[in-house]
Design a protein around this ligand. Sequence first.
Ligand code: CS2
Length: 496
Amino acid sequence: MAPERLPRLCNRVMAELPQLVARPAYDRREVRPGIVHLGLGAFHRAHQAVYTDDRLAAGEGDWGIIGLSLRSSDVRDALAPQDGLYTVLERSAEGDRSRVVGAVLETVTVPETPERALAALVDPRTRIISLTVTEKAYCLDAATGSLDETHPGIVADLQKDRFPATLPGLLVEALRRRHETGAGRCTLLVCDNLPSNGETVARVLARYAMLYDPQRGESIIGDTAFPCTMVDRIVPATTEADRAAVQRLGYRDAWPVVAEPFSQWVIEDRFAAGRPRWEDAGVTMVTDVRPFELMKLRALNGAHSSLAYLGVVAGLDTVADAMAEPLLAGFLRDLWDKDLLPVIPAVPGMDLSAYTAQLETRFRNPAMRHRLQQISMDGSQKLPQRLLHPALDRLRAGETPACIALVVAAWMRFLLQHDEPGNAYEISDPLAERLTALAAGSGRNAEALAGALFGVQEIFDPALAGHSVFRKQVVRHLKVLLSGGVRSALTDLNPS
Ligand code: CS2
């Protein structure tokens, strides 16, 4: 049948879906909202919403999700006509397992209907506000680990003459109104890949609230809980081929999401006003997330960013493509063994070498087309916690992190905006303009390129930028990258 004649996913057609598509095993009309989620991207829909969907099916009907998008109306446009329903395609070499998720009850685009968004955030029934908004949305100053008070959006929001356009502005406004209206305590559940994510965001919001209202700032934030979390599932951006895969099942879904079979969520069990029994859906509840977070940010995300910069420069497309290059796969093993595992503290119940072996299998999943360009985005926001803090830890222990130095050099080379086969690409990063200008101004001179970029303090801690051994290594690698390319640099690191 022509795709446009296929039925579009929505409550009404659910009964007609083919048997092999799993669907909500509960009456959606009975579900009441308890969670407002900000950042309704593919990751949330394939991760937290799936765990919550399981709990709704188990009878915890008070935890439906209202999803807010901070900028674009794309998700609302796709999901509203579908009554919030969407398909998760769990993808492995054996094929797809399909499941329709019913946990999202309503989708709201904040800039279009700001008062509706605020009303949901301030509703006494909302006891959890969860977030996947990407690192940059928090307006963090990397040097202080608190609010970036010079951020133009923050400066403008603090003028108080417009509806807040930044995430800290929106959240503090919501918490202030909750406080004023006696809406009750709530939990802010941060699910982005930031170090000590809950604590960090608590610090950012507390500072914003103090600047916003020096008298009441503290009490506005005071009764909110900010547990830290570790979230993990590989979720590549949805493609037309993924939409077509749903059509082959016999219906249309404007925005399905694709995910690997693996999924992990570790949460500090500090909630202000209850939570779903997520542990019964496979979540690990702990008192201290820190070891899990360091393991994941460094071993998984650090490896991802490394493959991304080396791979994009080499002209490769996906994580699986990079893993198919023996030189890169071998490099990854060295990166883990020499530079990262030594600075990952023991994790309760986990064997780190089994963890990296499992990561290798996940990265090799041939059915996933996880594009290196997607991972390369926002490097300025990701490099510090993924690779630069580990590098400093190694240097402080008297060791030289040669593999990390090569990745830093690859990131610098990546900023020249063309790969080795000669294809041009754009840099997507909040600091893109400055970074690409610095890179372009260096005339492909390794010393000049490294010198200029090490000066960007939002990324490089002065202790690392000023470390002569580390700098020398980076410059040495950069010279090889600029003359012989990625493969020479990898061979050079490990001469056989
Ligand atoms: C990736 C992550 O794009 C990226 O930066 O490293 O999105 C990664 O896929 C997830 O954190 C996996 O849980």
